[in-house]
Ligand binder design. Structure first.
Ligand code: COI
Length: 332
């Protein structure tokens, strides 16, 4: 049996080597390159493909995998929004993901960024770099005095809720699916509008779907509290960036922490050499603001997550090849 792993970073390689040692019945090939039209031929002869990437899995790549007889594609990440589902289905390609490599990694980062926003650390860092060590006017807010609205209570949303509660915040949530434990605690509001109206902080943890594209827009921002803080470690597509910028300009939005961005493909996880060379004016507009924290999709990026992404995806792919089954199969 042969599995090829694409996009293997230096920090993932030791985990892949260890998995390979522990699974001598599997021939493991790997490349640092991402899976696309220019690299897909390297999969010829493999029984399964393991990969992760933020850029799309296109129809032409999936058609090629199909033509090589490859039926098993295992993603090392959670989100499956960048797969051409029709192409995967028509090629009979089964897809697995890793739904829980470390929900805590993303939750901890989200709250870290919120605390940075509330304590104005970006502003103080910038002032200090210029020798300005004064306090005023950058007085902070306290999380224990705030209501945090969590949009979507999957594993990551729930991990974030536990931390918010630890800080003493009031936590409310909206989701179409109600988690039974949270239901008992009475945290759910009935509509997104109620969540917007009551939250000082809005913490987004939903996967990207057709239905929720640009759910944060001019209309929904108008329904939020004045000075709301918006956190998006989930998917860039949830937020209409132009509306966000308008909300920040007017002061309606008090701050934002964006670990995802709607045009991040080809931009995040790239070294442009200088700020000026980043080829996206809207992103630079956001990055220049003291009350906006942009991070290049790094909330997931921890040692535990990297290990689990490799191990769980390789296990899932091997299981698919051996049995045609996996507990991580995704319905596309
Ligand atoms: C995911 O797991 O879906 C993420 O967003 C992180 C990733 C792009 C590695």
């Amino acid at each position: 049996m042969k599995i090829i792993a694409y996009g293997i970073r230096d920090d993932e390689k030791p985990y892949l080597d260890k998995w390979s040692e522990e699974n001598p019945d599997v021939e493991v090939a790997s490349t640092g390159e991402l899976l696309d039209d220019s690299t897909v031929d390297q999969a010829k002869g493999a029984d399964g493909v393991v990969t992760y990437q933020q850029k799309p899995y296109t129809a032409s790549v999936l058609d090629k995998l199909g033509s090589f007889g490859i039926k098993y594609l295992s993603l090392r990440n959670v989100g499956v929004d960048n797969i051409d589902a029709d192409a995967a289905k028509r090629n009979g390609i089964q897809v697995t993901n890793v739904p829980a490599y470390s929900p805590e990694a993303i939750a901890e980062f989200t709250v870290t960024q919120l605390m940075r926003l509330l304590r104005r650390t970006n502003t103080f860092d910038r002032k200090q770099a210029n020798g300005d060590l004064r306090w005023a006017p950058d007085i902070a807010d306290e999380l224990n005095q705030m209501t945090v609205g969590v949009f979507a209570t999957g594993r990551i949303g729930r991990a974030a809720m536990r931390i918010y509660k630890g800080f003493g915040a009031k936590v409310i949530a909206y989701d179409i699916y109600h988690n039974p434990e949270l239901e008992k605690e009475g945290v759910y509001v009935d509509t997104p509008e109620e969540l917007y109206a009551q939250s000082d902080v809005l913490s987004l943890h939903a996967p990207a779907t057709k239905e929720n594209e640009h759910m944060i827009n001019d209309k929904t921002i108008a329904q939020m509290k004045d000075g709301v803080f918006i956190l998006n470690p989930a998917r860039g597509a949830l937020v209409d960036t132009d509306a966000l910028i308008r909300g920040l300009d007017s002061g309606k939005i008090g701050g934002a922490a964006l670990d995802t961005y709607e045009n991040e493909v080809g931009i995040f996880n790239t070294d442009f050499g200088s700020f000026d060379k980043i080829p996206d004016e809207r992103l630079k507009n956001l990055m220049k603001r003291e009350n906006v924290l942009v991070s290049p999709h790094i909330a997931f990026y921890t040692k535990r997550a990297a290990r689990n992404m490799v191990y769980f995806a390789m296990d899932a792919n091997k299981s698919l090849i051996n049995t045609g089954k996996s507990d991580k199969l995704v319905e596309l």
